[in-house]
Design a protein around this ligand. Sequence first.
Ligand code: G16
Length: 543
Amino acid sequence: MTVQTIKTTPFDGQKPGTSGLRKQTSTFVEPNYLENFVASIWVGIGGVTGKTLVLGGDGRYYNKEASQIVMKMAAASGATKVIVGQDGLLSTPAASHMIRKRKTDGGVILSASHNPGGPKADFGIKFNMPNGGPAPESITNAIFENTKVISEYDILDAPDVDLSVIGLSKMGDMVVEVVDPVVDYAALMEEIFDFAAIKDMFAGGFTLCFDAMHAITGPYATEILEKRLSAPEGSVINGIPLPDFGEGHPDPNPTWAKPLMDLMMGPDAPDFGAASDGDGDRNMIVGKGAYVTPSDSLAMLAANATLVPAYKDGLAGIARSMPTSGASDRVAEALGVPAFATPTGWKFFGNLLDAGKATICGEESAGTGSNHVREKDGLWAVLFWLNILAARKTSVQDLMVDHWSKYGRNYYSRHDYEAIDKPMAEKLMDDLRGKLADLGGTVAGGLTIESADDFAYDDPVDGSRTEKQGIRVLFKGGDRLVLRLSGTGTVGATLRVYLEKVVTDPNGLDMDPQEALAPVIAAAEELAEISTRTGRTAPDVIT
Ligand code: G16
């Protein structure tokens, strides 16, 4: 087996976004496209000689072929070992756990997360560090710089490794260890949660529907929920991972998980509904007739954390991304622990978790997680909810009402305008940015603006500063509007408009969220001229 050095030329636009490089699959399969990026990862992390890496993906189209390419390039560049999930599969949280548990030098995750999969959809790749978390900007910038100047890469001329068989083999001098993707992760969940209490709850007739959306979580959910916790067979639906996610959009929100939402809002709803995304790091939580916003979910998990064995001694702090509602801040205040607001992107939580400053983190984009791994974790959030319901012997609906009566309610919604013209979207943001200094004291949508800024984050651990992370408009009384452009889309630009209204009056806790938010929605339109500029009369997705 020989190392081949292949001549190549740079591709434009290989800049990692919010979470790695995501592009249309048709782009990724172009000759040298993936290879250029992988070679640039090796450069960005200071080479792979003598290193052990974890490898796995969410099973989408091109996962298998890409796995072989990554292994051949690792072998050609001197890696000692690659630990890879059977069939090239690992959920993102399971990969994070594997990187940490086996004390490796990091890992490559093949996923475009919640983006659809298939030859006509999306593919993605990212590198996670030895702490199990996504590479920070210092590394992703180094990777990007190399993609601009790359002229050759090394790859081993070797036959493919059979990834269907668990065990050890060799690719050149490099050891390949194919592992069960589920077993270590399931054991970790058993350490964190009170499985006996959850099992008793199922034995008492509690019912659940978990929609794996034909994505990676299916085998994990079936093993944990049905086999270990004895939820009735059939509680996990769409549990077989498919390369195109059954032509679905594996994003667990009320729009894309509509069949589950319909079930949960109907007469035959089980007690609990949940869904996860393409790579298993996002979650959606729904009770009978009661949708839990991701921001509320974070606050409610934090408020009840001591009911979970792993968090029984309390939380060091609670972190949220800036666009996430402030509901968890009030819980932090009540608990007497610090609250952090970071830019969007799970990588920003890594330092807080590593430094022991935060225990639980969450994002409005349906991500929640803790210091057990360095990624958000969909199934972990589901088990957290089940653990709380088992301990409190209550329903999702009653728990929400109880929480709001104690802390007040943050009405919250995100309006997405997808695949809009990128220059137009950038101009919309720039124009608004240009007005920020003069907005204080003015009125929009009938609301008085208290302050407005462009969010910048100073990391309290490493002192790094990250700028331009979303435009914030704060209104008198606590209502808030945030606008930013997504960093995970692959076509044009996606404008995200985050809307929030805080109500503490006990008589105002039962409104329809879109109605409660109407003045903030009107303010967004007035300030950013969204419909005039985009030509859209309504958002594509409302979460
Ligand atoms: C990724 C990041 C998250 C982020 C989300 C949305 O999630 O890991 O931190 O909140 O994208 O980002 P954006 O608003 O820039 O599209 P995932 O699940 O796609 O990996």
